[in-house]
Design a binder for this molecule. Structure first.
Ligand SMILES: NC(=O)c1ccc[n+]([C@@H]2O[C@H](COP(=O)([O-])OP(=O)(O)OC[C@H]3O[C@@H](n4cnc5c(N)ncnc54)[C@H](O)[C@@H]3O)[C@@H](O)[C@H]2O)c1
Length: 354
């Protein structure tokens, strides 16, 4: 069964979700438009043909730019190479970029689309669970600087999002679970019942609830984005686990993937919440149990100092204050302003370190 979810923001668009739905692309790229596909080497081998077969059949003129897989591709140097390739293909403002891949491809392709000739349309085709439930919807684009993650970026909503759940079948268990953490995040933020799916079931790519889980996740995200597209208020809730998560991700030199790092960050803020007497001991145990359940990786050792050195230069620090998202219960969180001096103390509370 296929679904369409409407995202009504400054520019409204549809998320096409289900199976064998790449043919839906035709309605967006007809009329002689050129298509510039940005993807990575893994996707080129595994899934790109499914899309290009449709484009070929419709006589749509396309070019492709293939990235090396991984976070290192999210750089300004790669942005420049993409821009030059787009210019070489004489892409104009009425042409279209397609981001075909995970969050790395989506972030850099969206950023390129937002600045090339002051902005061209782009379509997100997420191929990882994480990209489907998080990065492909909401219009945040970014690349990294040496000094920090996602420090350069823009808001640019896509023209449409097309998600074929069958592509997840080729994800490793680690990559799939990386996305599961973002789903669990929505449960802790918004709904106990949704959280329970991950606690009570062994949720994996073959689950008959996959469509439902992804659909609900996109709806949770859409609701927040619709209310606060430019991230001045409620959207900040989506940063649950991110303050420490981004620090962990960077201090591990991206060996710990985004979703797992956010999972570890959620663990820390849940422990902080418990020590502030917000969530109950039982809720903390449930959160820790669900976090452990999907962590099928060996964590590298990272020092607290390294993590904190990144946390303390987080781009969300304003006037020495950071907004930290703290669970009040499973299904409800609050945004707390924390002074930087206090952040270190809280981190140690949340890691039981001193
Ligand atoms: N813009 C946003 O709102 C937002 C939100 C969350 C995360 N992000 C960003 O997303 C990125 C992480 O995204 P990700 O986890 O998708 O990582 P990714 O894009 O690096 O993909 C992970 C790996 O899986 C491979 N892959 C992708 N699809 C596959 C498939 N179907 N089968 C087999 N292999 C496949 C990729 O080639 C890559 O090696 C981070 O850079 C993060 O900052 C952005």
């Amino acid at each position: 069964m296929n679904k369409i979810i409407d995202i009504e923001v400054s520019k409204s668009y549809k998320v096409h979700l289900g199976h064998e739905n790449y043919k839906d692309i035709v309605q967006y790229v007809d009329g002689g438009k050129k298509v510039f596909i940005i993807t990575d080497e893994n996707l080129e081998k595994l899934h790109l043909k499914e899309l290009t077969t449709i484009l070929d059949k419709e006589d749509i003129n396309y070019f492709k730019f293939v990235l090396k897989p991984g976070e290192d591709s999210k750089s300004l140097e790669v942005v420049e190479r993409i821009m030059n390739a787009m210019a070489a293909q004489k892409m104009s403002r009425s042409d279209i970029v397609i981001a075909f891949g995970g969050g790395v491809v989506g972030d850099i392709a969206g950023f390129c689309a937002s600045i090339y000739q002051r902005g061209v349309e782009y379509i997100q085709i997420p191929t990882t669970l994480l990209a489907a439930v998080d990065s492909s919807v909401g219009g945040k684009t970014a690349v990294n600087l040496k000094s920090g993650k996602n420090l350069v970026g823009s808001f640019k909503q896509p023209l449409a999002v097309l998600c074929n759940l069958d592509t997840f079948k080729t994800l490793s268990k680690e990559e799939f679970n990386n996305g599961v953490y973002e789903c669990i995040k929505y449960g802790i933020l918004f709904e106990r019942e949704y959280f329970n799916i991950f606690l009570q079931e062994d949720f994996d790519v073959n689950s008959n609830r996959l469509l439902e889980v992804v659909e609900r996740a996109i709806e949770f995200k859409a609701k927040v984005v619709i209310e606060d597209e430019f991230d001045f208020g409620m959207r900040r809730l989506l940063n649950l686990g991110h303050t420490f998560g981004h620090g962990i991700e960077q201090a591990s030199n991206y060996k710990i993937k985004h979703g797992f790092a956010v999972g570890l960050g959620m663990e820390i803020v849940s422990k902080i919440s418990r020590s502030l007497n917000e969530i109950t001991e039982e809720e903390l145990e449930e959160i820790l149990a669900v976090m452990k359940k999907y962590r099928n990786i060996k964590l590298p050792t990272i020092s607290s100092q390294d993590i904190l050195s990144y946390v303390l230069v987080d781009k969300k620090i304003y006037d020495g204050v950071i907004n930290m998202i703290i669970p009040k219960s499973i299904g409800e969180c609050e945004i707390k302003e924390v002074e930087l001096d206090k952040l270190k103390e809280l981190y140690y509370l949340g890691t039981n370190n001193s």
